[in-house]
Design a protein around this ligand. Sequence first.
Ligand code: FE2
Length: 326
Amino acid sequence: MIALGIEGTAHTVGVGIVSDEAEVLANEILMYKPETGGIHPREAANHHAENVVPLVQKALATARLKGRDLGLIAFSQGPGLGPCLRTVATAARALSLTLNIPIIGVNHCIAHLEIGRGKTPARDPVLLYASGGNTQVIAFANGRYRIFGETLDIGIGNMLDKLGREMGLGYYAGPKIEKAAKEGRMLLDIPYSVKGMDMAFSGILTACLALKEKGESVEDICFSVQETCFAMLTEVTERAMAHVEKSEVLLGGGVVQNKRLQEMVARMAHDRGAEMYVPERTLCVDNGAMIAWTGLVMHRAGVRMRVEDTVVNQRFRTDEVEVTWR
Ligand code: FE2
C-alpha cells in the first residue's frame, strides 16, 4: 500500500508519499516565513491553504503516481497551531473522500519517532525531540510512547529563534546561532534549568537578553546558550535511557540539525555503550513522509478512523495514543 501524508502543525506544510517498505517516493516541504516577528497562526494557515494542493500535485508528480494509486491518507492531527491543523485536516478529509480511501490522523511527535524507526537501524530508541514548538524525551513503555522529560514552558527552538531575533540575527536563527557560537570563547553564567526530568527555557532567554544588555558579545552568548541548553537536553535524555534501560538514542526535530548538540548526545551515547541515530535532514524536520509512514504503520496494525474521528487536537499528548503496532 502507498500512503500520502500531510504535515501542517506549525510553520511547515509538507506532503510525503511513502510505500509500505518505508521507501520515501516524495517528500515536498514548504516553510512559512513571516516578514517580521514570529509565527502568526492564521497567516501560517493561509500559507498552508494556498500551498497544500500544489504540493499534493507536486508530490504525486515526483512519485510518478496518480491519486488512484494511493491506498491511505494520513495527516498531522496534533499537537500544533489550531488554524494550521484545521487547514491540513480539511485537505486530508477532502482527499480521502474524493479518492474513497481510508484516513488516519497521526500524532506529530510519534511520527518523528516512527520515521526514525523506519529509516534508521534504531528499533527501540529513546527519542530526543527538539524543535521550535516541542521539546520532549520520549520512549516506548507499557503500550504507549511516554514522555520522560519535556519543556515546562516554550520549546528550545522557539527560545533560540526569539533570542536570535532580539540579537538581530533574523528569523529561524538556529543556524546563525550555531555559526556565531563557534566564535564564542567565554562560558557565561546562564541558569541551568533542569527540574526533575523537565526543563524550562523562557528564563534562559531572559538571562541571555540581560547579558546582551550588559554588553556581552553575541558570540559568547550564542556559545553559552548552546553549551547550557544542549547539556540540559543531553542530561535528561541520558537519565531517560538509564531509567528505561534503552541502548539507542534517536534525534528528531529541527534543532537536532545542530552539530554541537549531535556531538554532545553522541558523546553521551558512546560513554554508555549506546548508539545514536539521526535521520536525514528532510526526515528530521517537520515533513509529510513521517506522517505518511506513521499512518501506514498504524493502518497495518488495524487502526481505522471515521471522518468524525479526525477532529484536530492542539494539545494532542504523545502518551494519549494507544500504541497497537508494537
Ligand atoms: Fe516537529
